[in-house]
Ligand binder design. Structure first.
Ligand code: HEC
Ligand code: HEC
Ligand code: HEC
Ligand code: HEC
Ligand code: HEC
Length: 188
């Protein structure tokens, strides 16, 4: 999936064309979308954690956008990273939402863009400062995102799994997979 997206850009298509493809693809899966949309209305009311009700279920689920299209530093850096507003605007310059709830949420994204302000997302997964967790090492070893974060594709709102991120959880997988586990591997 990531290759397909990158392919689109490198062969010279502008991101907007990709978005039109999404709009078209959605017409094929309209029934599915109706379900997701009504679920979203419920979760919009419930999700008071985040400044914008951002559904992974639509982006990574229905539209199958690769995790690393947005979390693009996961394979090369310690942090997976949260995408800047400009990544959202690859699509939301064109995609405005198909009902009032969506339109209101997407308008918020556009307002942050217009004001050139970062979206103040609330951080969910966080280990203590004395612990070193390198995403790129786990991605390189083919540990899937779902092993640690669960079925994110199906989540309207991120639900935490494996929380608290305890030492026992890290160490038991390192034992299973025969990875180094002396104290200094994880502690500064
Ligand atoms: C279209 C962009 C986009 C895609 C695709 C995407 N994400 Fe995200 N992700 C975000 C944004 C924005 C946030 C912050 C808002 C939130 O927590 O819901 C986030 C938050 C998260 C978090 C919580 C981070 C924290 O605060 O601790 C995890 C875990 C995560 N994403 C995993 C994934 C996985 C796994 C996939 C692929 C199945 C994925 N994401 C696909 C944009 C995206
Ligand atoms: C690759 C294209 C793409 C990217 C990148 C993208 N989106 Fe979306 N987004 C969509 C599509 C498609 C929909 C569904 C629109 C519809 O059903 O009419 C959507 C819907 C939404 C909705 C409405 C959800 C609801 O049901 O209320 C919000 C809010 C949203 N996106 C926020 C974001 C944010 C924030 C980012 C950046 C972190 C982002 N999007 C990045 C394609 C994208
Ligand atoms: C081995 C377990 C593990 C795997 C695999 C993993 N993560 Fe994480 N993730 C974590 C932990 C632990 C944290 C908290 C790290 C910290 O506080 O420094 C985290 C934090 C995050 C965050 C918060 C923001 C940030 O910059 O770190 C995002 C987003 C995220 N992960 C996305 C992903 C995605 C996408 C994948 C797959 C490409 C992935 N993770 C794979 C364990 C994992
Ligand atoms: C599901 C299994 C799994 C879990 C859970 C896990 N790890 Fe790992 N970890 C791995 C694998 C596999 C590697 C890659 C080893 C390699 O590169 O050969 C690794 C590598 C590392 C490395 C680099 C080791 C080195 O040799 O330099 C660190 C540091 C690390 N993990 C920290 C953590 C921390 C902290 C946690 C918990 C928050 C965690 N890991 C949870 C499987 C896991
Ligand atoms: C694979 C990674 C990993 C290894 C190896 C590891 N730790 Fe930890 N350790 C963690 C994580 C994750 C936490 C929990 C941090 C948190 O609560 O956010 C932790 C917490 C701790 C704490 C508790 C600190 C507090 O915040 O309460 C101590 C003390 C500690 N570790 C000591 C050690 C010692 C001593 C060793 C070597 C025998 C060791 N650790 C090896 C990952 C690791």
């Amino acid at each position: 999936m990531r290759k397909r997206w990158i392919g689109r850009f490198t062969i010279g298509f502008i991101p907007i064309l990709g978005c039109l493809a999404f709009v078209l693809a959605q017409q094929d899966t309209q029934t599915e979308n109706v379900d997701v949309a009504s679920e979203m209305q419920a979760s919009t009311v419930l999700d008071q954690t985040q400044p914008i009700a951002f559904p992974h279920s639509i982006h990574a689920g229905v539209d199958q956008i690769d995790c690393q299209y947005c979390h693009f530093s996961a394979e090369r850096s310690v942090d997976a990273g949260i995408p800047p507003v400009s990544t959202c605007m690859d699509c939301h310059t064109v995609i405005g939402g198909s009902d009032e709830v969506q339109q209101a949420e997407i308008q918020k994204v556009r307002d942050y863009w217009t004001n050139q302000e970062p979206i103040p997302w609330v951080r969910i997964y966080k280990v203590a400062d004395h612990v070193h967790f390198p995403h790129m090492r786990h991605v390189a070893a083919n540990v899937d995102c779902t092993t640690c974060h669960g079925e994110v594709k199906e989540m309207d709102v991120i639900e935490t799994v494996n929380q608290p991120l305890s030492m026992g959880w890290c160490v038991s997988c390192h034992v299973e997979q025969d990875v180094r586990r002396d104290c200094t591997v994880c502690h500064y």
